[in-house]
Design a binder for this molecule. Structure first.
Ligand code: TMP
Length: 212
């Protein structure tokens, strides 16, 4: 595939979305074709699934339904948007991907990691990010930032024990895939994080260009 697939992951309130937007603007200024998108969502179908998954009114949603809905949004996203963009040589910046399902539904809810992995491999046709930035923020800092943002969605309403399992899950993912997953300390200024990301992405892109 000609393009580059970059994802950001981490707990709620870690600043991923802000950083992805800023990174996208800089890459565009440098002349790259960039597409910024997010999960769940990114497409018309995905956005409908997003409002279904996150709406606190659906208390009865089973955990397997939740796993499959995230995967369904992802299947639509990959086929409709991400794969065509990568084939056209675009840099795709995506706010969350399969790692989020492994961390939240696998480690967080306690479903077998291999099962969540398999379901998602079917959904994505095996597509994996080239590079992932894991925003590292403690459970208490994440909770503080979420509370400051106002109303909590269905997933954000879960307890601290869930958040701690998600945190540990992300750490495990980073440890087992340390080439792809870069840890970003998220309790710093927007500017400091932005500069670090731009530098790392530019180094990564130059390396890829050199070997392609
Ligand atoms: P967002 O706030 O980053 O847009 O993500 C929405 C929520 O969905 C957030 O609490 C994380 C959660 N989530 C999962 O539980 N599993 C997933 O696969 C994804 C993509 C998000």
């Amino acid at each position: 595939m000609k393009g580059t697939f970059i994802t950001v992951e981490g707990p709620d309130g870690a600043g991923k979305t802000t950083q992805l937007q800023l990174l996208g603007e800089v890459l565009k200024e440098k002349g790259y074709n960039v597409m910024t998108t997010r999960e769940p969502g990114g497409t018309r179908v995905g956005n409908e699934i997003r409002s279904l998954i996150l709406n606190p009114v659906f208390e009865e949603m089973t955990e397997m339904t939740e796993i499959l809905l995230y995967a369904a949004s992802r299947a639509q996203h990959v086929e409709e948007l991400i794969r065509p963009a990568l084939e056209a040589g675009t840099i795709v910046l995506c706010d969350r991907f399969v790692d989020a399902s492994l961390a939240y539904q696998g480690y967080g809810l306690g479903h077998p990691i291999d099962l969540v992995r398999q379901i998602n491999a079917s959904a994505t046709g095996g597509l994996e990010p080239d590079r992932t930035y894991l925003f590292d923020l403690t459970v208490s800092d994440s909770k503080k930032r979420m509370m400051d943002r106002g109303a909590l969605d269905r997933i954000e309403q879960r307890d601290d024990a869930f958040r701690a399992r998600v945190y540990e899950g992300f750490q495990q993912i980073a440890a087992t895939d340390s080439e792809r997953v870069q840890i970003v300390q998220a309790n710093r200024s927007i500017e400091a994080i932005h500069l670090e990301l731009v530098e790392d992405v530019m180094t990564y892109l130059k390396e890829r260009e050199r070997f392609s």
